[in-house]
Ligand binder design. Sequence first.
Ligand code: ZN
Length: 317
Amino acid sequence: MPTISTVLGQMDTSKMGFTLMHEHLLITSAGIKDVFPDFIPRQAAMQEAVRRLNEAKTEGISTIVDLTTMDLGRDIRLIEYVSRVTGVNIIAATGTWLEIPRAFRTADPEDISRLYIREIKEGIEGTGIRAGVIKVANDVGGVTEAGEIILRAAARAQKATRVPIITHTWAPERVGDQQIRIFESEGVELNRVCIGHSNDTTDLDYLTGLLKKGAWVGFDRYPSHRPDVPDWRVRTQTLKALMDAGWTHRLMVSHDDPMTMLIAPKAVFAERIKRNPDHICFIKRHVLPYLRELGATDDQIRLLVVTNPRSFFEGAT
Ligand SMILES: [Zn+2]
C-alpha cells in the first residue's frame, strides 16, 4: 500500500479522504520563533488552528497540506501538536517560499537539494518528522535568478525522493509556464508537479497548456485574496470550464487562507478574516454547492477533493 509522510508518521494514502492541498496553520518569518519567540502569539495560534481544524473535521475534511516553509517561519512542533489534538492529518513541506535566504541566492542547487532531501528522508530540525511535499514559489515578475536556483534544488530533491512539488505562482503572468520549463530541463516528471494558485487567472489557454504538459493544476486560492483577481464565483466558473473540457481528474482545490499570519499588517489580516468567516470551510460550504449548481456531479466533486489528492501523492498516472 502506498504511504505518505504526515507529521504523525507514515500513513496509508487510502486514509487521506477529503484533502485541502494548500493551507497554513501559522506564518511568520524565518528564525523569529527561535530568536524573538515573544513576537509570535504561539499559544493563540495553536488554539486558533485547533479551533479551525476541529470545525473543518466536523464538516468532513480529514487531511490538509501545510505548505509553510522555513522562510515562512515553519513551526513543525506546532503543526504536529495541532494534528495530534484534532486528529486531522497534516502533510508538512520542505522547500522555500519567496523569502529566499541570502545564503541560498548564490548557492549551488545541489547543496540546497541535499537539505530538502534530508527533511524528506530523515526529518525536520532533528524531530524525525518528515516532509511529505516540496514547495517552491515564484511571483510577480516571474522566475528570478535566485528563484531558478530554488526550482532546480526542488527538482533534484523531487527526483531523488519521488516526493511531489507544489508551486506558488502568479498566474496572471503565466509564471507556471516558466516553472515547467525549468522542471523539464531538470528532467522532472510533470505528473509529480502541481502548479498552484492557478485560479488567479481565467486564461483557459494558459491553464489548458499546463494540463497538456502533464502537470496538475491547483485551484488553491479561495475565496479571493485581493480585489484585482477573479472573485470566488468566477474562479469556480473557470474550474467548471476546465472540468467540462475533460480535466476533472487533474485539478485540486484549497484556500491558502492562513489561520494566523504575522507577515501582513494586523488590520489587513483582520480584514481577511472578516471577509471569509468560513475560513477553510469556504470550499465545502460555498464552492462545492455552486459547482453542483453549475452542473457538476458528486462523482466529479469526489475526484477534486478525495481521489485527485491521493493520486497526486501516490504518483499515479
Ligand atoms: Zn500559501
